[in-house]
Write a protein that binds this ligand. Structure first.
Ligand code: ZN
Length: 296
Protein backbone atom coordinates (compact mmCIF):
# COMPACT_ATOMS: atom_id res chain seq x y z
CA UNK A 1 0.00 0.00 0.00
CA UNK A 2 1.19 3.52 -0.63
CA UNK A 3 2.49 5.36 2.39
CA UNK A 4 0.09 8.01 3.64
CA UNK A 5 1.68 11.02 5.24
CA UNK A 6 -0.27 13.25 7.49
CA UNK A 7 0.29 16.38 5.43
CA UNK A 8 -0.02 18.62 8.50
CA UNK A 9 3.09 16.95 9.80
CA UNK A 10 5.04 18.23 6.82
CA UNK A 11 3.82 21.78 6.64
CA UNK A 12 6.87 23.99 6.22
CA UNK A 13 8.11 25.60 9.38
CA UNK A 14 6.85 23.69 12.38
CA UNK A 15 6.13 25.47 15.64
CA UNK A 16 4.36 28.80 15.24
CA UNK A 17 3.67 28.35 11.54
CA UNK A 18 2.48 24.80 12.20
CA UNK A 19 0.10 25.95 14.90
CA UNK A 20 -1.18 28.72 12.66
CA UNK A 21 -1.66 26.16 9.92
CA UNK A 22 -3.63 23.89 12.23
CA UNK A 23 -5.94 26.74 13.22
CA UNK A 24 -6.27 28.05 9.68
CA UNK A 25 -6.77 24.48 8.45
CA UNK A 26 -9.71 24.07 10.80
CA UNK A 27 -11.25 27.13 9.17
CA UNK A 28 -10.64 25.65 5.75
CA UNK A 29 -8.30 28.41 4.76
CA UNK A 30 -4.55 28.57 4.68
CA UNK A 31 -2.20 31.26 3.51
CA UNK A 32 1.30 30.65 4.73
CA UNK A 33 4.32 32.74 3.91
CA UNK A 34 5.91 29.47 2.84
CA UNK A 35 3.75 29.50 -0.29
CA UNK A 36 6.60 31.37 -1.90
CA UNK A 37 8.51 28.11 -2.08
CA UNK A 38 10.99 27.49 -4.84
CA UNK A 39 9.18 26.53 -7.99
CA UNK A 40 6.06 28.68 -7.72
CA UNK A 41 5.81 30.77 -10.83
CA UNK A 42 5.92 34.50 -10.16
CA UNK A 43 2.61 36.20 -9.72
CA UNK A 44 0.49 33.10 -9.27
CA UNK A 45 -2.02 33.47 -6.48
CA UNK A 46 -4.00 30.29 -7.13
CA UNK A 47 -7.51 30.36 -5.74
CA UNK A 48 -6.95 33.45 -3.69
CA UNK A 49 -3.86 32.35 -1.80
CA UNK A 50 -5.63 29.28 -0.48
CA UNK A 51 -2.56 27.08 -0.52
CA UNK A 52 -0.12 25.42 1.81
CA UNK A 53 3.44 24.31 1.32
CA UNK A 54 4.09 20.69 2.16
CA UNK A 55 7.61 19.67 3.09
CA UNK A 56 8.46 16.10 2.17
CA UNK A 57 11.40 13.97 3.10
CA UNK A 58 13.88 13.34 0.31
CA UNK A 59 15.16 15.29 -2.62
CA UNK A 60 12.05 17.32 -3.35
CA UNK A 61 11.69 19.37 -0.26
CA UNK A 62 8.75 21.69 -0.58
CA UNK A 63 5.63 21.18 -2.61
CA UNK A 64 2.84 23.76 -2.67
CA UNK A 65 -0.57 22.16 -2.24
CA UNK A 66 -3.63 24.13 -3.34
CA UNK A 67 -6.42 23.54 -0.85
CA UNK A 68 -10.01 22.77 -1.86
CA UNK A 69 -12.97 24.80 -0.67
CA UNK A 70 -13.76 22.08 1.87
CA UNK A 71 -10.84 20.71 3.90
CA UNK A 72 -9.83 17.09 3.57
CA UNK A 73 -10.67 16.70 -0.12
CA UNK A 74 -8.68 14.14 -2.18
CA UNK A 75 -5.45 15.36 -3.71
CA UNK A 76 -4.77 15.32 -7.46
CA UNK A 77 -1.11 15.31 -8.47
CA UNK A 78 -0.52 16.92 -11.87
CA UNK A 79 2.74 15.90 -13.50
CA UNK A 80 4.05 18.04 -16.38
CA UNK A 81 6.25 15.61 -18.32
CA UNK A 82 10.00 16.09 -18.83
CA UNK A 83 11.81 19.29 -17.73
CA UNK A 84 15.33 20.62 -17.26
CA UNK A 85 17.89 18.64 -19.26
CA UNK A 86 15.08 16.50 -20.68
CA UNK A 87 13.12 18.67 -23.14
CA UNK A 88 10.88 15.86 -24.46
CA UNK A 89 9.77 16.27 -28.07
CA UNK A 90 10.52 19.39 -30.09
CA UNK A 91 7.73 21.15 -31.98
CA UNK A 92 7.71 21.13 -35.77
CA UNK A 93 8.36 24.91 -35.71
CA UNK A 94 11.37 24.25 -33.44
CA UNK A 95 10.11 27.18 -31.33
CA UNK A 96 8.89 25.24 -28.32
CA UNK A 97 9.63 22.02 -26.48
CA UNK A 98 7.25 19.45 -25.03
CA UNK A 99 8.46 20.25 -21.49
CA UNK A 100 7.31 23.88 -21.79
CA UNK A 101 3.89 23.15 -23.28
CA UNK A 102 3.32 20.39 -20.72
CA UNK A 103 4.09 22.83 -17.88
CA UNK A 104 1.79 25.47 -19.38
CA UNK A 105 -1.06 22.97 -19.68
CA UNK A 106 -0.44 21.71 -16.14
CA UNK A 107 -0.64 25.21 -14.68
CA UNK A 108 -3.87 25.87 -16.53
CA UNK A 109 -5.34 22.59 -15.30
CA UNK A 110 -4.28 23.42 -11.74
CA UNK A 111 -5.92 26.85 -11.98
CA UNK A 112 -9.17 25.37 -13.35
CA UNK A 113 -9.31 22.73 -10.60
CA UNK A 114 -8.42 25.39 -8.01
CA UNK A 115 -11.22 27.68 -9.15
CA UNK A 116 -13.71 24.79 -9.03
CA UNK A 117 -12.45 24.06 -5.50
CA UNK A 118 -13.48 20.40 -5.36
CA UNK A 119 -10.05 18.80 -5.00
CA UNK A 120 -6.67 19.61 -3.54
CA UNK A 121 -3.94 19.99 -6.15
CA UNK A 122 -0.19 19.65 -6.28
CA UNK A 123 2.28 19.62 -9.17
CA UNK A 124 5.39 17.48 -9.49
CA UNK A 125 7.22 20.50 -10.90
CA UNK A 126 6.30 24.12 -11.47
CA UNK A 127 9.43 25.27 -13.22
CA UNK A 128 11.97 23.98 -15.72
CA UNK A 129 13.55 21.34 -13.49
CA UNK A 130 14.60 17.77 -14.15
CA UNK A 131 12.89 15.09 -12.09
CA UNK A 132 13.39 11.37 -12.46
CA UNK A 133 10.26 9.27 -12.96
CA UNK A 134 10.87 7.78 -9.53
CA UNK A 135 10.89 11.22 -7.93
CA UNK A 136 7.57 11.98 -9.64
CA UNK A 137 5.87 8.80 -8.52
CA UNK A 138 7.37 9.06 -5.02
CA UNK A 139 5.60 12.41 -4.74
CA UNK A 140 2.27 10.75 -5.53
CA UNK A 141 2.83 8.29 -2.70
CA UNK A 142 4.32 10.77 -0.20
CA UNK A 143 1.57 13.33 -0.70
CA UNK A 144 -1.07 10.60 -0.44
CA UNK A 145 -2.42 11.58 -3.86
CA UNK A 146 -5.75 10.07 -4.97
CA UNK A 147 -5.10 10.60 -8.69
CA UNK A 148 -2.02 11.11 -10.79
CA UNK A 149 -2.25 12.79 -14.18
CA UNK A 150 0.90 13.05 -16.29
CA UNK A 151 0.73 15.56 -19.16
CA UNK A 152 2.71 15.18 -22.38
CA UNK A 153 2.79 16.20 -26.05
CA UNK A 154 3.23 13.53 -28.69
CA UNK A 155 5.49 13.50 -31.71
CA UNK A 156 5.76 11.15 -34.68
CA UNK A 157 7.78 10.82 -37.89
CA UNK A 158 4.50 11.07 -39.83
CA UNK A 159 3.80 14.83 -39.99
CA UNK A 160 0.08 14.14 -40.48
CA UNK A 161 -0.34 12.28 -37.18
CA UNK A 162 -2.48 14.31 -34.80
CA UNK A 163 -4.94 14.09 -31.93
CA UNK A 164 -4.88 13.32 -28.23
CA UNK A 165 -4.38 9.92 -26.58
CA UNK A 166 -4.99 8.73 -23.02
CA UNK A 167 -2.77 5.96 -21.73
CA UNK A 168 -3.39 3.81 -18.70
CA UNK A 169 -1.20 1.15 -17.17
CA UNK A 170 -1.19 -2.41 -18.42
CA UNK A 171 1.30 -5.26 -18.36
CA UNK A 172 0.77 -5.74 -22.09
CA UNK A 173 0.59 -2.83 -24.52
CA UNK A 174 -2.59 -2.33 -26.59
CA UNK A 175 -0.53 -1.86 -29.77
CA UNK A 176 3.02 -1.57 -31.09
CA UNK A 177 3.03 2.21 -31.05
CA UNK A 178 1.93 2.36 -27.40
CA UNK A 179 4.66 -0.12 -26.48
CA UNK A 180 7.25 2.06 -28.23
CA UNK A 181 5.96 5.21 -26.54
CA UNK A 182 6.13 3.60 -23.09
CA UNK A 183 9.65 2.45 -23.86
CA UNK A 184 10.69 5.96 -24.82
CA UNK A 185 8.98 7.61 -21.82
CA UNK A 186 10.48 4.93 -19.56
CA UNK A 187 14.01 5.66 -20.75
CA UNK A 188 14.15 8.52 -18.25
CA UNK A 189 13.67 5.93 -15.51
CA UNK A 190 16.50 3.84 -16.89
CA UNK A 191 18.81 6.83 -16.51
CA UNK A 192 18.05 6.94 -12.79
CA UNK A 193 19.81 4.10 -10.97
CA UNK A 194 17.24 1.34 -11.49
CA UNK A 195 14.76 1.09 -8.67
CA UNK A 196 12.14 -0.46 -10.95
CA UNK A 197 12.31 -3.83 -9.22
CA UNK A 198 11.59 -2.42 -5.78
CA UNK A 199 8.24 -1.04 -6.93
CA UNK A 200 7.15 -4.43 -8.18
CA UNK A 201 8.22 -5.89 -4.87
CA UNK A 202 6.29 -3.36 -2.78
CA UNK A 203 3.01 -3.53 -4.63
CA UNK A 204 1.24 -6.85 -4.66
CA UNK A 205 -0.38 -8.09 -7.85
CA UNK A 206 -3.83 -7.54 -6.39
CA UNK A 207 -3.10 -3.90 -5.61
CA UNK A 208 -1.67 -3.36 -9.08
CA UNK A 209 -4.70 -5.02 -10.72
CA UNK A 210 -7.07 -2.72 -8.88
CA UNK A 211 -4.86 0.28 -9.70
CA UNK A 212 -5.01 -0.73 -13.38
CA UNK A 213 -8.82 -1.03 -13.34
CA UNK A 214 -9.25 2.35 -11.63
CA UNK A 215 -6.79 3.95 -14.07
CA UNK A 216 -8.69 2.50 -17.05
CA UNK A 217 -11.94 3.92 -15.63
CA UNK A 218 -10.33 7.35 -15.32
CA UNK A 219 -8.98 7.09 -18.89
CA UNK A 220 -12.44 6.16 -20.26
CA UNK A 221 -13.98 9.05 -18.36
CA UNK A 222 -11.42 11.39 -19.86
CA UNK A 223 -12.13 10.13 -23.40
CA UNK A 224 -15.90 10.61 -22.86
CA UNK A 225 -15.41 14.13 -21.54
CA UNK A 226 -13.01 15.07 -24.32
CA UNK A 227 -14.95 13.70 -27.28
CA UNK A 228 -16.62 16.42 -29.25
CA UNK A 229 -14.45 19.22 -27.87
CA UNK A 230 -10.93 17.82 -28.22
CA UNK A 231 -9.43 16.20 -31.30
CA UNK A 232 -8.78 12.56 -30.37
CA UNK A 233 -6.93 9.81 -32.17
CA UNK A 234 -8.76 6.66 -33.25
CA UNK A 235 -9.00 4.33 -30.20
CA UNK A 236 -7.90 7.17 -27.95
CA UNK A 237 -7.66 5.05 -24.81
CA UNK A 238 -4.55 2.90 -25.09
CA UNK A 239 -2.55 0.78 -22.69
CA UNK A 240 1.11 0.23 -22.01
CA UNK A 241 3.56 -0.46 -19.21
CA UNK A 242 4.54 3.07 -18.21
CA UNK A 243 7.02 3.06 -15.35
CA UNK A 244 5.73 6.33 -13.89
CA UNK A 245 2.10 5.12 -13.89
CA UNK A 246 2.98 1.79 -12.31
CA UNK A 247 5.08 3.24 -9.53
CA UNK A 248 2.64 6.05 -8.70
CA UNK A 249 0.64 3.34 -6.92
CA UNK A 250 -2.65 5.23 -7.39
CA UNK A 251 -5.11 5.54 -10.30
CA UNK A 252 -3.00 7.26 -12.95
CA UNK A 253 -3.15 8.26 -16.59
CA UNK A 254 -0.69 9.69 -19.05
CA UNK A 255 -2.36 12.19 -21.36
CA UNK A 256 -0.72 13.03 -24.68
CA UNK A 257 -2.52 16.25 -25.59
CA UNK A 258 -1.64 16.18 -29.30
CA UNK A 259 1.27 15.95 -31.75
CA UNK A 260 3.69 18.84 -31.72
CA UNK A 261 5.22 17.22 -34.81
CA UNK A 262 2.02 18.26 -36.64
CA UNK A 263 1.58 21.89 -37.75
CA UNK A 264 -2.13 22.09 -36.84
CA UNK A 265 -1.74 20.36 -33.47
CA UNK A 266 1.20 22.58 -32.56
CA UNK A 267 -0.85 25.70 -33.34
CA UNK A 268 -3.77 24.26 -31.33
CA UNK A 269 -1.58 23.42 -28.33
CA UNK A 270 0.00 26.87 -28.35
CA UNK A 271 -3.38 28.63 -28.41
CA UNK A 272 -4.67 29.36 -24.87
CA UNK A 273 -8.31 29.25 -26.03
CA UNK A 274 -7.92 25.82 -27.56
CA UNK A 275 -5.95 24.57 -24.57
CA UNK A 276 -8.87 25.67 -22.40
CA UNK A 277 -11.03 22.99 -24.06
CA UNK A 278 -8.47 20.33 -23.16
CA UNK A 279 -8.23 21.69 -19.62
CA UNK A 280 -12.03 21.69 -19.25
CA UNK A 281 -12.25 18.05 -20.37
CA UNK A 282 -9.44 17.00 -18.02
CA UNK A 283 -11.00 18.85 -15.08
CA UNK A 284 -14.48 17.36 -15.69
CA UNK A 285 -13.04 13.85 -15.87
CA UNK A 286 -10.89 14.30 -12.76
CA UNK A 287 -13.73 15.78 -10.70
CA UNK A 288 -16.20 13.12 -11.84
CA UNK A 289 -13.72 10.37 -11.03
CA UNK A 290 -13.06 11.72 -7.54
CA UNK A 291 -16.81 12.16 -6.96
CA UNK A 292 -17.57 8.61 -8.11
CA UNK A 293 -14.92 7.13 -5.86
CA UNK A 294 -15.90 9.20 -2.80
CA UNK A 295 -19.45 7.80 -2.75
CA UNK A 296 -18.32 4.18 -2.84
ZN1 ZN B 1 6.56 13.00 -23.16
Amino acid sequence: MPRRWNTRKWIAGAGVAGAAAAIAGALGFLALGGAAAAGVEPGWSGNGGNSVTVTLPGAIERVPVVEARTPGRPLVLIDPGHGGQDPGATAVSRDVAEKDLALQLARELRDKLASDGRVRIAMTRNDDRYLTLDQRSALARDLGASLYVSLHMDSAPNPLARGATVYSLSDVASDEESARLAQSENSAAARAAGSDGSVRAILSDLVVQSQMRASATLAERLVRNASGSVELRPNPHRFADFHVLRSAGVPAVLFEAGYISNVDDEAMLRDPKQRARIVAALARAIEADIAARSVR
